[in-house]
Design a protein around this ligand. Structure first.
Ligand SMILES: Nc1ncnc2c1ncn2[C@@H]1O[C@H](COP(=O)(O)OP(=O)(O)OP(=O)(O)O)[C@@H](O)[C@H]1O
Length: 606
């Protein structure tokens, strides 16, 4: 049986239309959730939109009356003319003002939705179980949290509202034309499908360039990120010029593709649409010329000339938005899929007191492991029937060949993977029964890779706990890193650079130990904390551990056996099984034992 269902979550493949339907419903669902607190703003935005569109349709109607009723018949009723002219100007002014209000409302809703969604996605990612990160690709995850959440904004402003806006203007304008002169309206409407045809042809022509330019943009980002991340290797291999040339080639192709896109716009889209505009105007004027000129119809011509531009533009907008809509829906549905990933189980709160009680009064071992089996992939067992008791305050070392299961055991003790077969108890309680906060407070970890933040020494030890300076210093002293921190120009406030770049590997490791100690853990797990440090720093780490003896339960994985030589008990793993255990001297007595061989081999190498 697999250790976790999440590792093998097989689902039947969807057909293209099924996937499109699923993506659309996911996107709509997410959009609804993200904007739920702002629903009233959305209502206002739609209202402003309708008002603006109404004003835009009304303006030419007033203009028509001014021409037909006053200017052409020379019926100069100044007050009424001023009223109509004022109306034309006012409707235009109100339309742009209301559009501004609508945009402000809408942008607010869109940006707040992105903000909420981004926080939600990031918070969700922080709670995902380790099995998820085993198969996750960092760049993609970052893009989900940053770019894809931004697509929600695109969905609102660029797509949904542009389509809604354009549709309202289009329907309003065509209705006004029909009311004025349905025959002329028929000519305009008959020619409108050509707009769709032109935009469709433009998109067909420019689509390859648009897609390629987008790919190249992400290639450019990836190349920059890769070069910065591997700058030491890059410079050491004298590869600056080669990388520079590779970048220039990608950049040049990006330029060419963008140019092709702009050319398609300049050579096809705009001229063809302008031509259609002219044909429309000419047709309306021609039809108009066929009739008996009467004063009452010149105003209609004026209104139609005004309306023609207002019909073409929304149609272009609607057609152009469809490809954007598709992209936004796909991006939003990717966010929804990430949010649907199951979080690590929330361990119930309220049992903290019980944990302490069990530890203090029952004298339960710090760790009790019983018949533990584990596999990452079904059928490939990594740990076999492990049983082990680690008393409070003791120092245990875990050794074994590469791949013997040491880090896996540590991951299980850290609850990174769901409860496997067999049981693990900590301070007398099953791991699953300890609430999250208490568990994280009780267990400290010094990982193999110290992972320092681009922040000060203080922040790196504190890790957001908000500890007072004296506690930070006490932890740093216990980890023997106080002196070198104080030797830096700003002491604890010295910025350590990205990944702690201004520290040596050993110093980073000591800061990581201080960080773990600052949490005052009762159990301290060290995952090959001495693998990257020199013998002198190793001695410092050993001293630090010796000082902790009896106060904290220490479980240390070590490739370098000198680190755990002093341990109370050393567990030797081989292919996921405990094959030997005992103190250093005891294990050295086992003739041709695994530990003895490992130890002698290391002595030889030294
Ligand atoms: N996330 C994972 N998914 C699938 N298999 C894994 C995963 N992590 C480890 N394994 C496999 O589990 C086995 C034990 O690996 P583990 O990392 O626990 O060994 P280790 O003793 O810590 O090795 P090392 O000393 O090299 O760190 C290996 O065969 C490894 O390939």
């Amino acid at each position: 049986m697999p250790a976790s269902g999440a590792i093998n979550n097989w689902r039947p493949a969807l057909t293209q239309p099924e996937r499109a339907r699923q993506q659309t419903s996911q996107a709509i669902g997410l959009l609804r959730q993200a904007s739920a607190p702002d629903l009233h703003h959305l209502g206002w935005a739609v209202l402003w939109l309708a008002l603006a569109a109404g004003m835009e349709v009304l303006g030419p109607l007033l203009g028509k009356r001014l021409i037909d009723e006053h200017l052409l018949p020379r019926h100069l009723d100044w007050s009424r003319m001023a009223f109509l002219l004022g109306g034309v100007l006012l409707t235009g002014w109100i339309a742009s003002w209301v559009r501004y209000l609508q945009l402000v409302r809408l942008s607010g809703v869109a940006m707040r939705s992105v903000q909420r969604l981004r926080e939600r996605v990031y918070g969700h990612v922080l709670r995902l179980p380790m099995v998820f990160f085993d198969r996750a690709i960092t760049g993609q995850l970052v893009s989900r949290v940053t770019n894809d959440t931004e697509a929600v904004k695109g969905l609102y402003i660029q797509v949904l509202f542009v389509i809604l806006d354009s549709t309202i203007v289009l329907v309003g304008t065509v209705s006004a034309m029909a009311w004025l002169d349905w025959r002329l309206m028929t000519i305009v409407v008959a020619l409108l499908p050509f707009v769709l045809l032109i935009v469709w042809a433009y998109q067909r022509l420019s689509a390859p360039a648009v897609t390629r330019a987008r790919q190249l943009r992400s290639d450019i980002n990836a190349q920059i990120a890769e070069s910065i991340g591997g700058m030491t290797v890059l410079q050491a291999n004298n590869a600056e010029e080669r990388f520079g040339k590779r970048f220039a080639a990608t950049n040049a192709e990006h330029y060419t593709q963008r140019l092709a896109e702009i050319r398609a716009n300049a050579w096809l889209l705009r001229p063809a649409l302008d031509m259609l505009n002219i044909i429309l105007l000419a047709s309306v004027i021609f039809m108009f010329g066929q009739r008996d000129m009467s004063a009452a119809e010149v105003g209609v011509l004026y209104a139609f000339i005004n309306y023609i531009a207002r019909v073409i533009e929304p149609l272009i907008q609607i057609t152009m938005q469809f490809s954007q809509l598709q992209q936004s829906v796909v991006a939003t549905s990717r966010v929804a899929t990430l949010l649907a990933e199951q979080s690590a189980p929330e361990h119930r709160a309220g049992s903290a007191a019980h944990t302490r009680h069990a530890a203090n009064d029952d004298g339960a071992p710090a760790i009790e492991i019983e018949a533990l089996d584990f596999e990452y992939i079904e059928g490939q067992r990594v740990l076999h029937q492990l049983s082990l008791d680690i008393p409070q305050g003791s120092f245990f070392g875990i050794v074994g060949h590469t791949g013997s299961g040491k880090s896996t055991l540590l991951s299980l003790l850290l609850r990174y993977y769901p409860a496997p077969h067999g049981s693990i108890r900590m301070n007398g309680m099953l791991l699953d029964e300890i609430d999250n906060e208490q568990f994280r407070a009780d267990v400290g970890l010094v990982p193999q890779d110290p992972f320092l933040l681009a922040a000060s020494a203080h922040e790196n030890i504190d890790m957001g706990r908000g500890l007072p300076q004296r506690e930070i210093e006490a932890a740093a002293r216990a980890a023997h890193c106080h002196d070198f921190i104080m030797a830096m120009e700003d002491g604890y406030q010295t910025m350590l650079g990205e990944g702690g770049s201004r520290l040596s590997s050993g110093q980073k490791q000591l800061i990581a130990i201080a960080r773990a100690l600052a949490g005052k853990p009762r159990i301290l797990l060290l995952d090959e904390a001495t693998s990257r440090i020199d013998s002198h720093t190793e001695q410092i780490v050993q001293e630090a551990m010796n000082e902790l003896r009896g106060k904290v339960t220490i479980i240390a994985i070590a490739h370098r056996l000198s680190t755990i030589r002093e341990a109370d008990r050393i567990i030797v793993l081989n292919h996921g099984r405990i094959v030997e255990q005992g103190a250093h001297e005891e294990l050295m007595q086992i003739d041709n034992g695994l530990y003895q061989r490992l130890y002698l081999l290391q002595q030889l190498a030294a």
